[in-house]
Design a protein around this ligand. Structure first.
Ligand SMILES: *Cc1c(COP(=O)(O)O)cnc(C)c1O
Length: 223
């Protein structure tokens, strides 16, 4: 079942070689993750620090772990030694903590800034003004142990594909605008747009996504 699901998605994505598939493994047991690993998947997304840390310890070390859920500053230290990318940076304060913990581990941690594009009231994500304010600040320029690789966003949970397209286009154009203004520097290298989940990843890819975060379409629904 899992093998079949992964194969279908990989075939759909084959026409887009730049797009990376992040298998969203939250709530799934280690055995299921191992099965996905044996199918060749290496990029796993989790939304909780404790769950991700436990799975990291139990599983092969060539897995790249992406944190995709809201992150509290006091928990950064638990993932700083191994996390591959933090996709859900939503404040300068959090970024400063990631930088501090990365430095302690003698690492540079790749991050995405989470941008608010949906119409729904969700709590997390920067708006355009906050995004530019963060990137323009001196505090940001001083961070040497993080690297901003791009943006992450979530579309509104709706059947209205026109609206989803519009929101993904919005994120893509914000990405392009930011990339124009902030040329590659030591801590910024805009190459990734993480958008698209099980219900909308092909729409996202059509709008320029480079990372799709797919959970239920691979592993079935979560309870
Ligand atoms: C759970 C989650 C996903 C995956 O959702 P599915 O609909 O199961 O594919 C993607 N992104 C984030 C941020 C999530 O929390």
């Amino acid at each position: 079942m899992l093998t079949e699901n992964i194969k279908i998605i990989q075939e759909e994505l084959a026409a887009f070689p730049k797009v990376k598939l992040i298998a969203v493994t939250k709530t799934k047991p280690v055995e299921t993750l191992l099965e996905a690993y044996q199918c060749g998947l290496r990029l796993f997304g989790e939304n909780k620090v404790q769950e991700m840390t436990a799975k990291y310890e139990a599983l092969p070390k060539d897995i790249h772990w992406h944190l995709i859920g809201h992150l509290q500053g006091n928990k950064v230290k638990y993932i700083a030694p191994f996390v591959s990318m933090i996709q859900s940076i939503d404040s300068l304060k959090l970024l400063q903590e990631v930088d501090k913990q990365a430095k302690k581990n003698d690492r540079v941690i790749d991050c995405l800034l989470q941008v608010f594009i949906a119409q729904e009231e969700t709590k997390f994500g920067l708006n355009e003004h906050e995004l530019f304010e963060l990137l323009a600040s001196d505090d940001f320029k001083n961070l040497k142990n993080i690297r901003i690789k791009g943006l992450m966003g979530m579309a509104t949970n709706t059947d209205n594909t026109t609206q989803i397209h519009r929101e993904f286009q919005q994120l893509k154009s914000l990405f392009e605008k930011t990339k124009q203004i902030y040329r590659p520097a030591e801590n910024i290298d805009f190459t990734e747009i993480s958008m698209g989940m099980s219900s909308d990843y092909m729409l996202a890819v059509a709008e320029g996504s480079t990372m799709v975060r797919v959970g239920s379409k691979i592993f079935g629904s979560r309870f």
